[in-house]
Design a protein around this ligand. Sequence first.
Ligand code: ZN
Ligand code: ZN
Length: 415
Amino acid sequence: MTIKIHRGTHQIGGCVTEYEQDGWKLFVDYGEELPGGPKTGDLQVEGLTKGDLSKSALLITHYHGDHIGSIPKLPKDLPIYMGALGRDIQTILSEHLKTVRPEHEAMLERLKSVKTFKAGKTFTFGPFTIMPVTVDHSAFDAYAFKITAKGASVYHTGDFRMHGFRSSKMDKLLRVYVGQVDYVVCESTNVSRPNATSKTEAELKQEFYNLFKKKGGYVVYLSSTNIDRLFALYHAALEAHRPFYVDCYQKKVMDAIVNSDSIWTKSGLYQYCKYPPTPLMCDRDDKKKPFKVNDEFIEFLNKMGYVIIARANERFDKLMTQIPGENVKILSMWKDYVKESSPAYNKDLAKSVGKNFLPMHTSGHIDMKDMREFLSILNPKGVIPIHTDNPEQFAKEFGDEWTVYLLEDGDSISV
Ligand SMILES: [Zn+2]
Ligand SMILES: [Zn+2]
């Protein structure tokens, strides 16, 4: 088998990996490059973007834009596979965004022909056997893949972490579903962000609860598809007896999780308790009109306090001016989005969140302490870092125990 990294050896967004055996090609991820990062533009790849596609397929690890965002650009007859719930969440997101970002119309069209796989159930494509392994990440229904062909095996990690709610199962999943592999193609986002994972998702949930217990209004900005964080906030709010408000779109995302048959949703974390999230009142026919705010609503907020899941837009900005008292704004996202000097700076978010906010966040990616434990379980012959801006640092950290291959975009190795 040959592994070729088309993109992602020296950048975090837009990784594209190819596995080739006897002329058959299995690609993993085809997403957008991140704003502010290096740009290589549209790739030209034989068997993926052009040429003979009869022996090609694409696997998507998860719905983050840097992994799936460019699939509408791919030829229609290329088969694409992803998790069923991930496809549903991307569909809800694209439906929501299509009025402001027309490229989501094309995404919706392409998603219709995306095939799905199931966690822990192997499937084959040409000479490849593929085992999708469910992983914990800030996107729900995210996967790693064990890819085997002619006796060689590779574990492609996708984005993952070991400090989330579902990470305690990781060790067992790896031992049961993966076992030993020859090579690991490994996400290494946090190699240059050592402080990104200072707490676990469970510790963060406890901090939300401790805060919400103090009576008041709380407005939280987070990614609408960061499912674990959303449900942590929901349960923390209800346990602290604060009503929990979302807009109709956010409710739809949460409903999709609650009503799915994902193996994870048996856990109480992904279920509603007595009071489901309350949708903010709005005009059914025009979702862009301001939320409806009446005296009764204001009185209830005054009496009970509240947790509102907000997004950076005028609708929410207006709502903030109508609801009573001083509220506490919480940024539950990477702080660089509101740092003016950062390439990831988001002007709209910075405007909505303002200057006085509480940062309450932990990374969706594995830290380097957990990375050592993870690699020890699989104990591969070689590791290829991708999804990183500093693979050299990764080699410094782990080169003592494992052979780390530092590739350039377009390089390949035979395994
Ligand atoms: Zn991701
Ligand atoms: Zn990513």
